[in-house]
Design a protein around this ligand. Structure first.
Ligand code: FAD
Length: 293
């Protein structure tokens, strides 16, 4: 399989990228790690007339911690994030999740920003970003803007990115004292896209009651899904087995999973509940350990 002909640009600054995007508009596609875009081009599912390669754009792969905030350039390779001590401190949920994304060879090329911008409903990174309440920096010809993960994902492969914008940076607040996290998924083989997955962050107050919960799911909707009913079932109470069961029941009620050749909607719904029951106790265990440190 070969892609349709395209014009190739390799800019070296973000300003050059936005100029190219403004000039070519919807005919152009940004190339990051190419692990989703290139297969789509080879199958002619995507036929961009212009390809703008982000590989050599200065500063887009920078990773730094600044006043309790982790800042990750969009071109940070998934494998680099997985191995980074700064990400382990600032976003341990992401480090726990990355080994579930494809295989090491793909993560060596694939970028954190590419996965977020691609917004595949079965992808792990968008769900993790939702659970972490990450913020995304977008740059267009008119300047920069920041969008929260909750507003960024807008449906099936849909995002808040305009055709002339790129994602430049991901911002994640460091875990607060007394907070915990966990990820779990079920796939037929390790590295396959999951049939369902759950990423959760939780927080406990000094009395051991749940003071915060964000439960995000993948492969059960048109994009990553934030289960607000399940979080509400936990808030203000002790994280007992009954509370976890109530949260799992709420998830099963509030999602509307798709059916495909891999799994029925009913199977995905049940799987989501089972995963919530597995993931939340681990997250609360970590929160308890963080609270006593
Ligand atoms: P690209 O493929 O280069 O780009 C993807 C899309 O995002 C394109 O439309 C591009 O224009 C846009 N884009 C990229 N960067 C930006 C930016 N900075 N601003 C705006 N738009 C941008 N993913 C999973 O989550 N889970 C899996 O289990 C999984 N399994 C895989 C198995 C195989 C065999 C392969 C080939 C891929 C798999 N992937 C999986 C996808 C992989 O994680 C990709 O790396 C990821 O989806 C896209 O990242 P990328 O850097 O390769 O982006």
């Amino acid at each position: 399989m070969k892609p349709a002909p395209f014009e190739y640009h390799r800019p070296s600054t973000v300003d050059e990228v936005t100029e190219l995007l403004a000039r070519h508009g919807p005919d152009a596609k940004l190339l990051a790690g190419g692990q989703s875009l290139v297969p789509a081009m080879n199958f002619r599912l995507a036929q961009p007339a212009v390809l703008i390669d982000l590989e050599r754009v200065a500063g887009l792969a920078e990773l730094r911690e600044e006043g309790g905030v982790l800042r990750m350039g969009a071109m940070t390779r998934q494998r680099a994030a997985e191995r980074s001590p700064a990400v382990a401190r600032g976003a341990p949920l992401l480090v726990e999740t990355l080994p579930f994304v494809a295989h090491p060879q793909i993560r060596n090329r694939g970028t954190v920003g590419g996965s977020i911008a691609h917004a595949d409903p079965a992808a792990e990174i968008p769900a993790v970003m939702l659970a972490l309440d990450a913020r995304f920096h977008l740059r267009g010809p008119g300047g920069s803007r920041t969008v929260g993960a909750g507003e960024f994902f807008t449906g099936l492969f849909g995002t808040a990115l305009e055709a002339d914008e790129l994602l430049t940076e991901v911002e994640i607040a460091a875990p607060a004292p007394g907070s915990g996290w966990a990820f779990g998924e079920v796939s037929r083989r390790h590295g396959d896209y999951a049939l369902a997955g759950v990423a959760a962050t939780v927080a406990l107050d000094a009395a051991g009651r749940c003071s915060g919960a964000r439960i995000a799911l993948l492969s059960v909707g048109e994009g990553p899904v934030l289960a607000s009913g399940a979080a509400a079932a936990l808030l203000g109470g002790e994280p007992t087995a009954d509370a976890v069961r109530a949260a799992a029941d709420a998830v099963e009620r509030e999602i509307d999973p798709p059916a495909d050749i891999h799994a029925s909607a009913a199977y995905r719904r049940q799987l989501a509940g089972v995963l919530v029951r597995r993931v939340l106790p681990r997250a609360f265990e970590r929160a308890r350990a963080a609270a006593v440190q």
